[in-house]
Design a protein around this ligand. Structure first.
Ligand code: ADP
Length: 401
């Protein structure tokens, strides 16, 4: 089967054409600057070919048309006709409490995604535009929505409820949802496979540490708790997001600087996190490591704070799970940052976490980085959200046939 995986953002759209059984990627690429001018970068992994083109993309519709055109292009393409695409899988940010799993897209599903716009105001409209652009470009092609929130829907109320007035939950659906669910689901399943144990017998914590970061506590293959909340702003400090703060900070800043709530939230989403702690040096952990190595105290603090908060969540989740069998690191920093992994795990020996410094000196590979006698196995597992999306899509489409 050929599944086209689409990840539509507000001004960008990533795509991969892949085989859900083997995980082989036939082609992948990125449309950028949608709504401004439009730029397509297309890659064919088998040949190493890379094509870059300026193509007008006033909306997502033109972006999808550009993707279709290059996929079937006689010179740069990888398929003869759009008929060779069996189905399309879309990453959708917010499924609210309506979606506990991926679903075939129909009018009701689209309406439900629309209903979740107040919860995901930046992403859900873009996700819908991607879906509708594909409907126009490939009428009748089966499409599937895979939600970032779905994996977390198994959390018990004590984990997902906020201690705020009940009406805000029952009427406004304000609760913890959690994100990166597709990644947490993928690495949890891989970790179980690596440990050679049924996932139903494992207590694990997955640490998705990238530009956006979240941790999940997983027991019996089900998410028990996760660090992001109603939105991806909550949890550990991130590249530009503050992570958990006292809500009074918002009131204080609004009053002091005459900011609106939206302006304040923009600061917390885009100008905070390690970028702010490093006094604006960077949101990129590589730059922070370089700065800290040169003696920049603010960069050092940014890294220390990040690792400290991740470690605290690991401790909290080990307590929530009542033990720990496996700790998994994934995403940009989790896969490529040996120093950060070591700093996070330092002091977790009491939980039975023992890193092997040599094994930990690894980037971007699936490997166990704990010692042989570590009670808790620690793994680096590169995430593959696209593969999960392709597999869910293939499964749902086959089941519907
Ligand atoms: P996103 O959330 O945007 O998908 P990624 O998962 O790609 O983010 O993670 C981006 C982060 O990963 C950046 O902060 C980057 O510094 C970090 N990263 C990527 N490669 C390395 C590396 N070799 N060493 C340390 N950090 C890295």
């Amino acid at each position: 089967m050929n599944i086209l995986v689409i990840n539509a953002g507000s001004s960008s759209l990533k795509y991969q054409l892949m085989n859900p059984d083997t995980g082989d990627v036939t082609a992948k690429g990125l449309c950028e600057r949608i709504g401004l001018d439009g730029r397509l970068t297309h890659k064919v992994p088998a040949t190493g070919k890379k094509v870059e083109k300026d193509i007008p993309m006033p909306t997502h519709k033109e972006a999808i048309e550009a993707v279709m055109a290059i996929l079937v292009d006689p010179v740069d393409g990888v398929i003869k006709s759009v008929d060779e695409i069996d189905a399309v899988g879309h990453r959708v940010l917010h499924g609210g409490d309506k979606f506990v799993a991926s679903c075939l897209i129909d009018d009701a599903c689209k309406q439900a995604i629309r209903d979740c716009i107040p919860l995901g105001p930046l992403h859900n409209p873009a996700n819908l535009m991607g879906i509708e652009a594909c409907e126009k470009a490939m009428p009748g092609k089966p499409q599937v929505a895979v939600f970032d929130t779905a994996f977390h829907m198994t959390m018990p109320p004590k984990a997902y409820r906020y201690a705020i007035p009940t009406k805000w939950y029952t009427e406004e659906h304000l609760r913890r949802y959690g994100f990166h669910g597709t990644s947490h689901r993928y690495v949890s399943a891989r970790a179980a496979a690596m440990l050679g144990k049924p996932i139903e017998e494992l207590k694990l914590i997955s640490c998705h540490l990238g530009n956006g970061s979240s941790l999940s506590a997983v027991k019996d293959g089900k998410c028990q708790d996760t660090s992001m909340g109603l939105s991806p702003l909550a949890g550990v400090p991130m590249g530009t997001r503050s992570g958990d703060i006292d809500a009074c900070v918002v009131q204080f800043i609004m009053n002091k600087y005459g900011m609106t709530a939206d302006e304040c939230l923009t600061m917390l989403n885009k100008k905070s996190g390690v970028l702010a702690l490093s006094n604006g040096v960077s949101s990129d952990f590589r730059d922070l490591e370089a700065g800290a190595a040169k003696g920049d105290e603010a960069c050092r603090l940014a890294l220390d704070k990040f690792c400290y908060e991740v470690r605290k969540y690991i401790g909290a989740y080990a307590a929530a799970l009542g033990g720990l069998d496996c700790l998994v690191f994934t995403a940009g920093v989790g896969e490529n940052g040996p120093a950060n992994r070591a700093a996070i795990c330092a002091g977790l020996e009491f939980l039975g976490v023992k890193l092997d410094p040599e094994r930990n000196n690894v980037r971007g590979r699936e490997v166990r980085i704990s010692t042989d006698d570590s009670k808790v196995q620690v793994w680096v597992i590169p995430t593959n959200e696209e593969l999960m999306i392709a597999q869910d899509t293939a499964e749902l489409v086959k089941a519907a046939q």
